[in-house]
Ligand binder design. Sequence first.
Ligand code: DX5
Ligand code: ZN
Length: 229
Amino acid sequence: MFSRSIKIAPSILAADFANFGAECRAIEAQGADWVHVDVMDGHFVPNLTFGPAMCAAIRPHIKGIMDVHLMISPVDVYLEAYASAGADVITAHVEAGPHIHRTLQAIRALGKKAGLAINPGTPVEAAAELLDMVDLVCVMTVNPGFGGQSFIEGQVPKIARLRQMIGDRPVHIEIDGGITATTAPVVARAGADVLVAGSAVFKGGSVDAADVYGKNIRAIRAAAEAAVG
Ligand code: DX5
Ligand code: ZN
């Protein structure tokens, strides 16, 4: 059932790359709502990460939502592979190709929730014609490619504008980049409900000290929830 309650989606880009299965189990046990997987191709963004085989390998270690953020171009040719790998949400960038409308149709045709991501340099109006065919809009608050970057404050008015544009449609607003217990209330107040956080969740913890993940997740959630009341 659709809900606008705050959801914390740790990005495993900040996890121990030698230990993904255990990391996914640890963050879920510590209160993560979704698991965010950042797929990068070294072309659309200047970094390389996870292929479909890796997503399929971690799928059995995730009980909840596997949220796959594709920062790849072209994207259409890989949708089926990430769907078969067990993604629940597949998000593609509006900037990744000439036919985002077709891409979103293809994601839904594969039986998956469709997400649309917009870069900091892209006006939120790019989502206007697509709001009836998406389940999620991801507003990037850093330029995609790396974890640990600073939150771009200037994106916040876009979030509020998007919230107005969405109206009562069942569309999540996800924020990705630089989310901490300090920035979470700002984006929650503007209308975000899914908060991706890499560094701020994994910082200071490990699978052997997973209580730190729990503490970090609770701090982000509490700050966001306090802002929306
Ligand atoms: C950036 C990725 C983000 C990133 C977030 O390209 O899409 O998900 O990992 O990392 P932090 O929370 O460290 O900014
Ligand atoms: Zn991401």
